[in-house]
Ligand binder design. Structure first.
Ligand code: GLY
Ligand code: MN
Ligand code: MN
Length: 433
């Protein structure tokens, strides 16, 4: 994305903050994986959304209306030796030149400079509690101002969480963001198709995971979250990620995997037969979940609220479970008392964007949020029938989830994850090809 977009976002945020305010956002921390090996660095989404800056050990500071500089970036200094070992650093000069910072300083000078930027600001927009070490640094700065109060120094009066303003901005996706999300979806679709084609009895779950990761990586993407590849009974474990079991003839495999491209996620689930042909029992459950997904997707349109797709999915699933004999009773009652959740225990979706479970409130003033163009969400109903479920032997160990990503448009919604088989016939045709 070009610098103008980040500048527009900062401008919009600063306008909402008003003057006499300061916003402070640290980059994501570096995390140790084992001994001296770090986890792959992934920039904090809020920080990236406002700066496009990809280095760790950096802090964005925004001071609306400040004369000398409103956007200040603290970052690591250039370092010949460290750059030979670990790669290029922009340094403060590069932060100004390439990232349009009005001013930039070495990160080591933060505690010396930040109090001066905070002085005369009533409100500090900062999300406390996410990074305890950095919280301490911010408090040190506030306390250093408080110590100077007798000399006329003015410390800020209030802390305001940045989430409220920033996450509302992130909820509405711009054209450039949607473009990246479409690419993430396209790469993910190809990964799922390849996994379907590669699937055979006797293969291991991790071998299908490898097909997905290969597609993600060869297209300049990574994973948006650890892939779930669960065969047989593992399909009933919602967040199964061991992916180390053999895939058996006659079982189904559930794959929940999505790429992250340009900082934006896709999130897709398909459930298909290991041997390429759904059994009757598998088809019964699969078709019911598919019908509930269709019903939920139909509810994604402006004016409907966040919970409408979920309600539609629950209605179809519950009625279908009664018809199949999985549940006994009146659907309305089973919904009212929550009995349907024996086999459908999660919600039908979540916002999606830079984070797979993206930011944005689901309720406003205690009411479900109305859907508006530009919002993106997943629709992911499922049914999970663990071994031993009473009266359901033919469906034991069947777990089915079907998940797609949709964008709310002016007249309804647009399927971002198009091109991936959804019906049993389509899946079987791809697997046979
Ligand atoms: N992949 C996580 C989810 O579907 O919410
Ligand atoms: Mn999801
Ligand atoms: Mn998912």
């Amino acid at each position: 994305m070009n610098n103008k977009i980040y500048a527009q976002r900062r401008k919009q945020l600063m306008k909402m903050m008003g003057e006499n305010a300061i916003a402070i956002l640290p980059a994501a921390p570096l995390l140790i994986r084992n001994r001296d090996v770090e986890h792959g660095f992934r920039q904090d989404s809020d920080f990236y959304y406002l700066s496009g800056f990809v280095e760790p050990e950096a802090v964005v500071v925004l001071v609306p209306g400040r004369k000398h500089a409103q956007y200040i970036l603290f970052c690591r200094e250039r370092d010949k030796v460290k750059e030979i070992w670990n790669g290029y650093r922009y340094g403060p000069e590069g932060a100004v030149e390439h990232f349009a910072a009005d001013d930039a300083f070495p990160i080591d000078d933060l505690e010396e400079i930040l109090p001066g930027l905070m002085e005369h600001c009533d409100s500090v927009y900062y999300t406390i509690g996410l990074n305890l070490e950095f919280d301490k640094q911010v408090m040190n700065c506030v306390n250093s101002l408080r110590r100077g109060s007798r000399g006329g120094v003015q410390a800020p009066n209030e802390f305001v969480s940045l989430d409220y303003l920033l996450h509302d901005m992130r909820l509405y996706k711009s054209r450039d963001e949607i473009k990246l999300m479409r690419t993430a979806a396209k790469i993910s679709v190809q990964g799922h198709i390849n996994a379907m084609k590669a699937c055979q009895p006797g293969k291991y779950e991790y071998q299908l995971e490898a097909e997905l990761l290969y597609q993600f990586n060869r297209n300049g993407a990574g994973w948006a979250y650890p892939s779930i590849v669960g065969g047989g009974a593992n399909s009933c474990i919602l967040h199964y990620t061991e992916n180390n079991r053999v895939l058996n003839d006659g079982d189904m495999v559930l794959i929940d995997a999505g790429a992250e491209y340009g900082g934006y996620a896709a999130d897709i689930t398909r459930t298909f037969p290991v041997n390429g042909k759904y059994s009757e029992a598998q088809k019964e459950i699969y078709d019911l979940v598919l019908a509930s997904q269709d019903a939920a997707i139909k509810q994604v349109k402006p004016g409907n609220h966040w919970n409408d797709p979920h309600n539609a999915a629950v209605k179809v699933l519950t009625k279908g479970m009664v018809e199949l004999g999985l549940l006994k009773g009146k659907p309305a009652e089973l919904i009212k008392n929550g009995d349907y959740s024996k086999y459908y225990m999660h919600r039908t979706g979540h916002w999606i964007g830079m984070d797979v479970h993206d930011v944005g409130d689901y309720k406003v003033d205690d009411e479900w949020r109305l859907l508006e163009p530009g919002m993106a969400l997943t629709i992911e109903p499922g049914l999970y029938i663990p071994h031993g479920s009473r009266g359901a032997k033919r469906w034991w160990d069947i777990g089915v989830r079907i998940e797609d990503d949709v964008l709310v448009t002016k007249d309804g919604c647009d399927l971002l994850t198009k091109g991936l088989p959804r019906t049993t016939e389509e899946v079987e045709a791809v697997m046979a090809s």
